[in-house]
Design a protein around this ligand. Structure first.
Ligand SMILES: Cc1cc2nc3c(=O)[nH]c(=O)nc-3n(C[C@H](O)[C@H](O)[C@H](O)COP(=O)(O)OP(=O)(O)OC[C@H]3O[C@@H](n4cnc5c(N)ncnc54)[C@H](O)[C@@H]3O)c2cc1C
Length: 399
């Protein structure tokens, strides 16, 4: 797919007051901004899912060729060794350029950094380059029908047969499984084990008889995630990531990357979205679609949401500062997750109201977007689970 460049980068002032450690004139920002102005395809992404995925894959390829696909990865693995403040600026610039998402997020943000930390040299050289270039796509096989929030209840199992793992079980809600070449699957490898013991993270090839993928249609109309059935599926013995029977440790390392990465990405895309809503509310046309009273209420909600996004931006910056000091994100990841999920959903609701009945129509851009934001408080851990973590582990309240 060819990418046609049609976006103009928004000024960074729309993100809020300038912050001195990540200033507008930082050379890293300036370099990436210049590159994005030349290369970003901008919005909107196509509504058709196959076309959208193809665009994201082509876009990741473009980033890769420009040396911008995985800035947080060390240079020896094709990244730029960008620290947390640089990642913060990277995601802000992507949002300002209204760049699409990439195709291989589970690979670049989750499995890749985990491989770099605990993977064998064989796995690193086999998978990291193709992950970065989007030549091969990866999906995350953690959730099961009875093991979502309670991940330690995993039942998918794997046993060694000669030099191969044989995997049996079912995964669910596996995003982009239908486009993936590999799934990183959390399996029970010690049959006598319970809960978080005796698990292993395995990389399983998808293109084989033992793997069946059934897409599930979401409320937005997209069959974005899937059921994945493993019936005697095979993976090389060497495709275990981290220690065998120590998959819980590997999974926790992977989650640290998920939470850290999310903290850098969220506020900027939402602030750009709020900027677009503000532009609509300034247009006289908007007043025609909704009543004057509803427009006044929308303006108040917009201001409140913008203020909360500013708080999230500041919080994310504090997280980045702690990561720069070598600390881990820890429980702060739950605060970011909760904040972001709720904000995204409320921004979706405001968008819906501004578009009246059209705001809930499938097949329209606002309708699609509004319905897609409902997932914000579920994936990456539900809001209830984040609240439990904050209450118990940050505030020390009883279970
Ligand atoms: C868009 C989307 C994409 C996803 N992509 C992936 C993916 O690629 N790979 C993957 O592995 N998973 C993926 N997931 C799954 C996601 O991680 C789970 O949906 C999530 O962890 C919740 O699990 P569950 O759906 O089984 O809900 P359940 O755990 O069954 O929860 C149901 C309800 O009960 C509440 N609840 C559960 N336990 C508690 C508790 N202890 N205290 C209070 N309330 C509780 C929950 O908050 C929720 O409201 C995706 C989900 C979505 C929505």
């Amino acid at each position: 797919m060819t990418i046609s460049v049609k976006s103009k980068t928004l000024p960074s002032s729309i993100l809020g007051p300038e912050i001195s450690v990540v200033p507008d004139d930082h050379p890293f920002r300036q370099e990436f901004r210049g590159w994005l102005a030349e290369n970003s395809p901008g919005i909107p992404e196509p509504l058709d899912q196959d076309e959208k995925f193809a665009l994201r894959r082509a876009w990741q390829r473009t980033l890769f060729e420009g040396g911008w696909a995985g800035p947080a990865w060390a240079e020896e693995y094709g990244g730029r060794g960008a620290g947390p403040f640089h990642q913060f600026m990277y995601y802000e610039e992507l949002a300002l350029a209204r760049a699409p998402f990439i195709a291989n997020t589970p690979g670049i943000s989750l499995l890749g950094p985990t491989l770099i930390e605990v993977g064998s040299e064989e796995l690193k050289s086999r998978f990291l380059p193709v992950m970065l270039s989007a030549e091969e796509i990866f999906c995350q096989g953690f959730s099961e029908p009875d093991a979502g929030s309670d991940l330690a209840a995993i039942r998918a199992k794997a046993r060694l047969d000669g030099d191969e793992w044989v995997i049996d079980g079912q995964k669910i809600w596996t995003t982009w499984a239908q486009y993936s070449d590999f799934c990183f699957v959390l399996c029970r490898t010690d049959p006598a084990s319970e809960r978080h013991r005796g698990l292993t993270l395995l990389i399983c090839p998808m293109d084989q008889e033992g793997v069946t993928v059934r897409p599930i249609e979401q409320i937005s109309g997209d069959p974005e995630f899937c059921e994945v059935f493993f019936d005697g599926a095979r993976a090389p013995a060497a495709y275990a990531v981290g220690g065998v029977d120590d998959g819980w440790t590997t999974a926790m390392i992977l989650f640290q990357f998920e939470r850290g990465d999310q903290g850098f990405t969220d506020h900027s895309r939402m602030l750009v979205h709020l900027h677009e809503i503000a532009a609509e509310l300034r247009e006289p046309r908007a007043a025609g679609r909704i009543s004057a009273a509803a427009a006044a209420q929308a303006r108040r909600r917009l201001a409140a949401l913008w203020t909360r996004c500013q708080e999230l931006r500041r919080f994310n910056l504090r997280v980045a500062a702690r990561l720069e000091e070598g600390e881990s994100i820890g429980m702060n990841g739950s605060v970011v997750n909760l904040f972001w999920g709720e904000l995204e959903r409320e921004i979706g609701e405001l968008t819906a109201e501004l578009h009246g009945a059209r705001g809930l129509l499938l097949g329209t851009e606002p309708g699609h977007e509004v319905l897609a934001t409902r997932a914000g408080t579920i994936h990456s851990g539900t809001s209830e689970i984040q609240l439990n973590i904050i209450a118990e582990r940050l505030l020390g309240l009883p279970r």
